[in-house]
Design a protein around this ligand. Structure first.
Ligand SMILES: *Cc1c(COP(=O)(O)O)cnc(C)c1O
Length: 350
């Protein structure tokens, strides 16, 4: 730390991204990326766009907004694209939360919510999960604070039904409810269908997981046009060109190539069920996942040790070193071959 760092950041603990090791080739099942390359059409459009990067990108992302508004059945002023969905989540903390507008989120959830709250000096409360790692919707009904919920949740993979989401949104009309749907394409119900009925709902999604564009950085939010307008205020006050040309066109291509997207999601879901079965047969407790990862533990075996043993065999999974999660490992779902290698490595270790 230099002596120049602002007091307001002196106690900030940054988010810890999953490892991206360079030392050897791993079977990489640790950061919930897609095992598949981007759609060939998306790649082609991105390559074409690379020839025009002497020009600024379109701050309005008009071509992308046009196709997205059609796909998601909302008007163009109800969508905002950002540099990954992390950016729109941060924008939401900046736009809607402050000392008098505190925020709540589950105790076990995406680690960035806490970081964004701290970054922006926002008071926050973490609400415990049920013992089975489900979120209890009653803990959030009429709570009269801003709410961030990942659905499916991370790193559990457990999804909440749309009825429960709706009861949370409906019972907090004077607060923003953000539903982070980073993993929704792997089997959960989307709350996008609720945005026209509830003007306090913001739904965020990402191209990082189901659309194979993690390295391109593309996410978005869907909400009432008033909420989107507030988020645009933040975007245009920080970085109007937050989506670069290659990324915007990759996004257009990825949205256009519906068949490729659907087939990949289906494959991931099939591989998830294959892996969950194999883990159960090996005596693991497997949380019911609707995401592209599985959270599992085996009694008598330390999560960290398992993570290290798998790493030793060239398979990278994620371990969270906290009291509640330390028994578990989180396994991203890859190709069938990758999952077979994972299961084999696991059998050897056990
Ligand atoms: C991966 C993830 C995100 C954001 O990812 P981006 O790459 O920034 O779009 C947001 N929320 C959750 C729960 C995630 O797992």
């Amino acid at each position: 730390m230099s002596r120049f760092l602002s007091d307001k950041y002196k106690n900030l603990t940054a988010y810890t991204p999953g490892e991206q090791p360079q030392d050897q080739q791993y079977i990489k099942l640790n950061t919930n990326e897609s095992p598949f390359p981007p759609s060939p059409f998306a790649q082609r459009l991105a390559r074409q766009a690379a020839g025009d990067v002497q020009l600024y990108s379109d701050p309005e992302c008009r071509e992308l907004v046009a196709i997205a508004s059609e796909k998601f059945g909302v008007s163009k002023d109800q969508i905002l694209f950002t540099n990954g969905s992390d950016e729109i989540l941060n924008f939401a903390f900046m736009a809607f939360c402050d000392k008098n507008r505190p925020v709540v989120f589950p105790q076990v959830t995406y680690g960035f919510y806490k970081v964004f709250a701290e970054l922006n000096g926002i008071p926050y409360e973490e609400i415990s999960l049920n013992p089975d790692f489900t979120i209890n919707p009653n803990d959030y009904t009429g709570i009269n604070k801003n709410i961030f919920i990942a659905n499916p949740n991370a790193p559990t993979g457990i999804a909440m039904g749309l009825d429960d989401i709706e009861s949370i949104v409906a019972s907090n009309p004077d607060n923003i409810v953000v539903i982070d749907e980073a993993y929704v394409d792997f089997g959960a119900e989307s709350a996008v269908s609720l945005v026209d009925r509830y003007n306090n709902l913001l739904v965020t999604q990402t191209f990082s997981k189901s659309r194979s564009l993690a390295g391109a950085r593309l996410g978005f939010g869907i909400a009432s046009k008033e909420i989107i307008s507030d988020l645009r205020l933040i975007k245009y006050s920080t970085n109007p060109y937050n989506i670069n040309r290659m990324t915007m066109y990759a996004g257009v291509g990825a949205l256009a190539d519906e068949e490729y997207f659907e087939s990949n999601c289906k494959t991931v879901i099939g591989n998830r069920e294959f892996t969950a079965d194999a883990l159960s047969k090996l005596g693991f407790d497997v949380l019911p996942s609707k995401a592209n990862f599985i959270f599992a533990k085996k009694s008598g075996i330390d999560g960290k040790e398992l993570y290290l043993n798998l790493k030793g065999k060239g398979v990278l999974v994620r371990h969270f070193d906290t009291a509640l999660l330390k028994d578990y490992i989180r396994i991203s779902i890859g190709s069938r071959q990758q999952m077979e290698s994972f299961v084999q490595a696991l059998e050897e270790i056990l």
